[in-house]
Design a protein around this ligand. Structure first.
Ligand code: SAM
Length: 261
């Protein structure tokens, strides 16, 4: 099969790598959702190891290959675009309670996939994703580090991210332009219950980082249209008025957001 660039197809075949990725999942799971099974490199190990696997693949040409390879009762294939699928409607919650999601992500839709999973993060206990190395570094970066940005904060708001390991580009066929990395996101360790409207908080963080050159005082003043109020909130929270967004931790931003209410 010729890999399709427009579907972000870069396949892996190395058995050791496949096992290393699968080992990042928690073992005690009843259901695994896989985005983009491709030729089934990860899928084969998943169906051997877990009670049930649901795989979502956009490329219709892969359907006969996957159906023939995994003609087993614990495998279900959904053909279509993951971004148009509703995870909740694919899952029988009366049967499964510990659900994890895994993907060697098609890089052209990394952000939409990440945000879709974040929005449904209550469904999943953990995600294991292959992403571009730079994206993995951003997701896992802490305040003060070079790669720290709003993706770091959003990821750390919804989960506890971990940089598992780097995967060199030569491990893929065809070989992509950049190196990759495996990350895991532990959704059991999240902060969403601390904020009444998590999606609104995420868009607040995005807005603050859209003006990342502005000080937090000017940034907040233009967001809420009230400079004295912004100054008094920041003073009360002991946050330096001259800080830029990249100097603020998740905790700082949550405290600011809560005080705006
Ligand atoms: N899991 C395989 C592996 O590791 O070798 C393939 C990974 S490849 C990087 C990404 C896979 O996602 C491809 O099979 C591609 O067809 C599929 N894909 C791309 N866009 C998709 C979408 N919107 N919805 C579902 N699958 C998609």
């Amino acid at each position: 099969m010729q890999a399709k660039k427009h579907f972000g197809q870069n396949f892996i075949t190395d058995k050791n790598l496949i096992n290393k990725i699968i080992n990042c999942l928690d073992e005690d799971s009843d259901l695994i959702i896989e985005i983009g099974p491709g030729m089934g490199a990860l899928t084969g190990e998943l169906v051997n190891k877990f009670k049930k696997v649901i795989a979502i693949e956009i490329d219709k040409d892969l359907e006969p290959i996957l159906r023939e390879k995994f003609n087993v009762p614990n495998f279900e294939l959904v053909i279509g675009d993951v971004l148009e699928k509703d995870f909740k409607s694919l899952i029988d919650f009366s049967k499964y309670n510990k659900i994890q999601i895994i993907s060697n992500i098609p890089y052209y839709i990394t952000s939409p996939i990440m945000f879709k999973v974040f929005e449904d993060s209550k469904i999943f206990s953990k995600a294991v994703f292959m992403v571009q190395k730079e994206v993995a570094q951003r997701i896992c970066a802490n305040v003060g580090e070079k790669s720290y940005n709003n993706l770091s904060i959003t990821s750390q708001f919804y989960s506890k991210p971990k940089y598992e390991f780097t995967v060199g580009k030569q491990m893929f066929k065809p070989v992509p332009a950049v190196d990759s990395a495996i990350i895991s996101l532990d959704f059991k360790d999240s902060h969403i219950s601390e904020i009444s409207n998590p999606e609104k908080f995420v868009s607040f963080v995005r807005q603050i980082f859209n003006n990342r050159r502005k000080t937090i005082l000017n940034n907040l003043s233009s967001t809420i249209g009230d400079k004295p109020k912004s100054q008094s909130i920041l003073n009360e929270l002991n946050i330096k008025l001259t800080h830029r967004p990249e100097n603020l931790s998740l905790d700082d931003l949550m405290r600011i957001y809560k005080n705006l209410k």
